[in-house]
Design a protein around this ligand. Structure first.
Ligand code: 13P
Length: 251
């Protein structure tokens, strides 16, 4: 089963209008025409329009960092799937550990968002991953199992193949610590086994699994070389066009 490599940049709450546009242009201009890697930029929602202007008609796709599962209405401060699609998004990151830890998102919330994303024709990138303490106490598989099963609750086989899961160990996010390729591959293989339980081997073999957590030009090749690692969700290194392009090239 060949899975097309997916490299996404999660800009988190960084950039301003000008730097967002410059970064997007830098990525678009530096991307080789012949690349078969799928590239997604996920800027802060207020800059989606500015980035969309830079990537429209190019190889580079646009993604949101979150969505509200509700339809239009009285939900002050929120942005829904229809709005993300309207502004040109093809993807949305869901259940990032920062959303889970800082904004109290639960697996049930993520599952609702997943269904809203799919109904809105967005490709969801569902994030899972254990904390340092959970790894140290040997709970990694249990935590990842709960997050995968909970976040994907109610998902049917027909739609499952099109989703993306990002394994982002919390201890590796923004810390400079990276899971070793062996550590990351072990969890990715475990996630694929979980997916096979629910959706069958064939569908599980089509679902792309990204690794995230201090992915850098220096470690990207080895991580992306693992059998079950089909891409990367990049934070800090996606804020420099040159570094992000090197990660894409490594893929
Ligand atoms: P860093 O690449 O900065 O560790 O962030 C990873 C991440 O959280 C991407 O979603």
């Amino acid at each position: 089963m060949t899975r097309r490599t997916l490299i996404a940049g999660n800009w988190k709450m960084n950039t301003r209008r000008d730097s967002a546009a410059a970064l997007a242009k830098g990525v678009v201009d530096g991307l080789s025409d012949s690349t078969d890697v799928e590239v997604v930029l996920c800027p802060p929602s207020v800059y989606l329009a500015a980035v969309e202007e830079c990537v429209v008609g190019t190889h580079v796709a646009l993604g949101g960092q979150n969505l509200c599962a509700e339809g239009d209405g009285a939900f002050t401060g929120e942005v829904n799937a229809a709005m993300l699609t309207d502004i040109g998004c093809g993807y949305v990151i869901l259940g990032h550990s920062e959303r889970r830890q800082l904004f109290g998102e639960t697996d049930a919330d993520v599952s609702k968002k997943l269904h809203a994303a799919l109904a809105g024709n967005l490709i969801p990138i569902v994030c899972v991953g254990e904390t340092q303490q959970q790894r140290e106490t040997g709970e990694t598989e249990q935590v990842v199992r709960e997050q995968v099963k909970g976040s994907l609750a109610g998902l049917d086989e027909a739609r499952a193949a099109g989703i993306v899961i990002a394994y982002e160990p919390v201890w590796a996010i923004g810390t400079g610590l990276t899971a070793t390729p062996e550590q990351a591959e072990a969890v990715h293989a475990f996630i694929r086994k979980l997916l096979a339980e629910d959706f069958g081997e064939d569908v599980a073999g089509q679902i792309r699994l990204q690794y995230g957590g201090s992915v850098k030009p220096a470690n990207a090749k080895e991580l992306l070389g693992q059998e079950n690692i089909d891409g990367a969700l990049v934070g800090g290194a996606s804020l420099k066009a040159e570094d992000f392009l090197q990660i894409i090239a490594a893929a």
